[in-house]
Design a protein around this ligand. Structure first.
Ligand code: UDP
Ligand code: MG
Length: 305
C-alpha cells in the first residue's frame, strides 16, 4: 500500500528537475518508505522528460505521466491526482517554490490536528514586486468575491484519501484547484511558509496564463460580476427617469436645453458600459460552452510506473 503520493506538474524544468527529485526523495522518506513521486510532464520541449526517465530507472518510486500536449498547470495536476494511489497525497509545484522539506511538517500537522487537508499559506514571497502586487490583488478580489478567507494560498497541500476522492468527483472543465479545494470543505488546516523565488529557470506560467487562471477563478466562483451589471442597470434607470423628469419639466416651463457634448458623452459612456457587460456575460457563456463540449481536461500519452 502506497502511503504517500506526491503530484508534481513539470513544464520545461530541466535546470532543476534532478535536484527536485533528490529533495523530494529525502523529504518523502521522512514520512514513509512507501511513497511515489508522480511527475506529470506537461509536454516539455526540453530535456525534462529524459532526465525524469533516468531517475525512474534508478528508483521505481519515481513515476512519470506524460501528457499528449501542453494542457497547462491545473490540468496537469488533475491528471496526476487521478493516478495517485496514496493514502495521503501532496500537490507540489515543480519549480522548488513549494519547498519539499515542508512535506513532513504538513504530514505531522495532519496527524496532530486531525485535519483532512493541510495547505501551505504564504507569509512572504521572494518574487518580483510586480508579481507580488498582482497576486496580492488577485487574492484580495478572489477572497472577497468567493467569500473565501484563505489568504495567499496556491496548490501546495496535503490531502487524505477521503478529501482527495471528494476532490476528484469535481469534474468541471474550468478548474481553479485552490478554490475547488476550499469548496469541498472537510477539516482544513495550514502550515505557513515563506515562498522562495524559483531557484532556476523562468516562470512557466506566462502573464497571460496567470490572467486566464485569475478569470477562471473569479468567473467559476462568483456571480458578482454579472450582478454588478444588474445593479448598475437599475441605478441607470433611476438616474435616467430623474433626468427625463427634469427635462420634461424644463420643456413645460419653457427653458431650452442645449448640449451636444453631454448627449454624445452619455451615448459613448452607456455604449461602453454595455460592451463591458456583454464581455462579462460572454465570459460566463464561454465557460458554459466549454462545459457542454465536455472534452477531457487532459490526455495521457504514456505512464511509466
Ligand atoms: N507548469 C505546467 N504547465 C504549464 C505551465 C507550468 O505544468 O503550462 C508547471 C511548472 O513547471 C511548475 C508549476 O507548473 O512546476 C508552476 O509554474 P510556474 O512556476 O511557472 O508558476 P507560478 O509560480 O508563476 O505560479
Ligand atoms: Mg513558480
Amino acid at each position: 500500500m502506497t502511503l504517500l503520493s506526491v503530484i508534481i506538474p513539470v513544464y520545461n524544468e530541466e535546470e532543476l528537475v534532478v535536484e527536485l527529485v533528490q529533495r523530494l526523495q529525502k523529504s518523502s522518506l521522512q514520512v514513509t518508505e512507501t511513497y511515489e513521486l508522480i511527475f506529470v510532464n506537461d509536454a516539455s520541449k526540453d530535456k525534462t522528460l529524459s532526465l525524469l526517465l533516468e531517475e525512474h530507472k534508478k528508483d521505481g518510486r519515481v513515476k512519470v505521466l506524460n501528457l499528449s500536449r501542453n494542457f497547462g498547470h491545473q490540468a496537469a495536476y488533475t491528471a496526476g491526482l487521478n493516478y495517485s494511489k496514496g493514502e495521503y497525497t501532496v500537490m507540489l509545484d515543480g519549480d522548488l517554490q513549494d519547498p519539499p522539506e515542508l512535506i513532513p511538517e504538513m504530514y505531522a500537522k495532519m496527524k496532530s490536528s486531525g485535519a483532512d487537508i493541510v495547505y501551505g499559506r504564504r507569509t512572504d514571497r521572494k518574487e518580483s514586486l510586480s508579481k507580488r502586487a498582482i497576486t496580492w490583488l488577485f487574492h484580495k478580489i478572489f477572497d472577497r468575491l468567493s467569500r473565501n478567507n484563505q489568504g495567499d494560498v496556491g496548490n501546495f497541500c496535503l490531502l487524505n484519501r477521503i478529501a482527495l476522492d471528494a476532490f476528484l468527483k469535481l469534474n468541471e472543465k474550468n478548474r481553479y484547484l485552490p478554490g475547488l479545494r476550499f469548496f469541498i470543505g472537510f477539516n482544513q488546516d495550514y502550515v505557513e511558509y515563506k515562498r522562495p523565488d524559483r531557484s532556476k529557470g523562468k516562470a512557466k506560467m506566462s502573464f497571460w496564463k496567470l490572467v486566464k487562471l485569475a478569470f477562471d477563478a473569479i468567473f467559476s466562483f462568483s456571480k458578482i460580476p454579472i450582478r454588478i451589471a444588474l445593479i448598475l442597470g437599475i441605478l441607470g434607470i433611476i438616474i435616467s427617469l430623474t433626468g427625463i423628469g427634469i427635462v420634461v419639466y424644463k420643456k413645460i416651463i419653457g427653458v431650452a436645453i442645449t448640449g451636444w457634448t453631454s448627449t454624445m458623452l452619455s451615448i459613448y459612456f452607456l455604449g461602453s458600459v454595455q460592451l463591458l457587460f456583454l464581455g462579462i456575460l460572454g465570459e460566463y457563456i464561454f465557460r458554459i460552452y466549454k462545459e457542454t463540449q465536455n472534452r477531457p481536461v487532459y490526455i495521457v500519452k504514456e505512464f511509466w510506473e
